[in-house]
Ligand binder design. Structure first.
Ligand code: ZN
Length: 473
């Protein structure tokens, strides 16, 4: 895996504010393609696939002999099973989406480099020794390794079914073809079809066991890089049936319907996603450019959301399936919502994943600012703060807090008597309180606090309240 800084495009534009403020600004767009899976490796070797399928079959036979198999042979054959999307962003993760696609099923049996995906494109791979890719590779973007380490990209059941095999304990930071075994969950659906969810993070697979059922959308594991893998991704492989005791056969399907799918005509998706599925995966602010190190080290993302006036702010966008000839619209909005900066950026290449960033100096106006990207009709906002910020007010005027950001002592200036102050961290835990019924509280010493964002709550003698965001640097 490697990052190409393929483009360094310099441009300048005229900045026009909504008011009387106008000046010429020069911004350099830096970034380019994020190239996943440069070394295409066989997600599962032939021997491993045989082992996996044998394992699946013996477990199915066992469950059947115990009368625990949910597969009802009387039921109509596939595709009665329709899939929902198998990758889900963990709730609360700071992104807009977490995935992109590197490879589909290869429908051209010839090799090497005889490639044909369901849509008659070449977004697939084969190998010199005759392997044609048999699944869909869904990789995580941006920050694959960070997402893996923080469990931010979950693999969920694409359809309800029964766990028929599971592997949990294998090494999960593969970068090359190493013949390692993957961690995976294998699910059989009621129509007998089977889905393989491979390359999971070590110890992440569900604690459920063989024979247990899973619901649609239920957690199965975390996107990882176990087995033959060049970085965190899900290999999703589907069989409409598997041979059992000499009956039937292993029939691979491509869940995508398309003109060049020569395995099956129907789509197996509830809502098949478009072949080119343009999306803004993230809009972020950083203290410095994100660093994508050598596999398998975690990225240094340099994410930062609170800035002092004059600090450098790196404004970044992370795209999936950027389209040549399209334009991304970029804006920085003031706390009151008016436009501070507005410019366009023309995309000149097709990339499965890419990122671009621009650098501005944090303005002097304090408050909560918005970094906004608009692309192909999609608008994604990211908030960042500059300097002091009042979060909520209630009849508590003339209060000022300084300095903010602070190092040790915070001064409180107020016309009314402040009888109580308390400090709450971002998890909602109160880390300090101070009360004084005689005199108004004028300062607090917060030297021992660790760096970060806090909320300072002030209470007056007449029960007025005010909350202010405080940043410890
Ligand atoms: Zn794969």
């Amino acid at each position: 895996m490697k990052i190409n800084f393929t483009q360094l495009i310099l441009f300048s534009f005229l900045l026009c504010s909504s008011q009387s403020f106008s000046q010429e600004v020069s911004l350099n767009a830096v970034g380019g393609e994020y190239n996943f899976n440069e070394n295409r490796t066989q997600c599962l070797t032939d021997e491993q696939r045989e082992e996996v399928l044998n394992d699946i079959k013996s477990n199915i036979s066992l469950l059947k002999s115990q009368n625990r198999l949910i597969h009802n042979e009387a039921q109509k054959r596939a595709p009665t099973t329709l899939f929902s999307w198998p990758v889900k962003m963990k709730d609360g993760a700071p992104y807009n989406d977490v995935w992109a696609i590197s490879n589909y099923v290869d429908h051209n049996p010839e090799f090497p480099n005889q490639l044909l995906d369901y849509n008659c494109g070449a977004k697939t791979y084969d190998t010199n020794d005759g392997y044609n890719h048999m699944g869909v590779d869904i990789y995580t973007w941006p920050f694959s390794w960070k997402m893996m380490d923080n469990d931010e990209a979950e693999i969920v059941a694409a359809a309800p079914g029964q766990i028929i095999a599971i592997g949990r304990t294998q090494f999960d930071r593969s970068c090359t073809f190493n013949s390692n075994t993957w961690n995976a969950v294998y699910v059989q659906h009621a129509d007998g079809s089977v889905a393989l969810y491979g390359h999971m993070k070590k110890d992440s697979p569900t604690s459920k066991n063989i024979g247990d059922t899973v619901e649609r959308g239920e957690y199965l594991g975390i996107v990882g890089s176990s087995g033959n893998s060049t970085g965190p991704h899900l290999h999703f492989e589907v069989y409409s049936e598997v041979e059992l005791n000499g009956v039937g056969q292993d029939v691979l399907v491509d869940p995508y319907a398309g003109n060049c799918n020569n395995m099956n005509t129907d789509s197996w998706w509830q809502n098949q996603k478009p072949y080119v599925n343009t999306n803004i995966n993230a809009v972020l602010t950083h203290s410095a450019p994100p660093v994508f190190p050598t596999c398998p080290d975690q990225e240094t993302t340099n994410e930062k959301n609170a800035f002092a006036p004059g600090e450098k702010v790196h404004l970044a966008v992370y795209l999936r399936d950027q389209l040549a000839g399209t334009t991304i619209d970029l804006e920085v909005l003031r706390p009151n919502g008016t436009i501070y900066n507005d410019w366009d950026y023309n995309l000149v290449d097709n990339y499965s994943s890419s990122y671009w960033y621009w650098i501005i100096t944090a303005p002097s106006l304090p408050g909560e600012w918005t970094w906004r990207a608009t692309y192909q009709g999609q608008i994604v906002d990211h908030k960042f703060t500059v300097g002091t910020l009042s979060v909520e007010d209630s009849n508590f005027d003339n209060v000022s807090i300084y300095p903010n950001p602070f190092n040790d002592v915070v001064n409180i200036q107020s016309n009314s008597h402040i009888k109580k102050v308390s400090l709450v961290d971002i998890l909602g835990k109160t880390v300090m309180t101070k009360t004084n019924d005689i005199e108004s509280i004028k300062e607090i010493n917060l030297e021992s606090l660790s760096k970060g964002l806090y909320f300072l709550r002030l209470e007056g003698v007449n029960n007025e309240q005010k909350t202010i965001k405080l940043i410890k640097e």
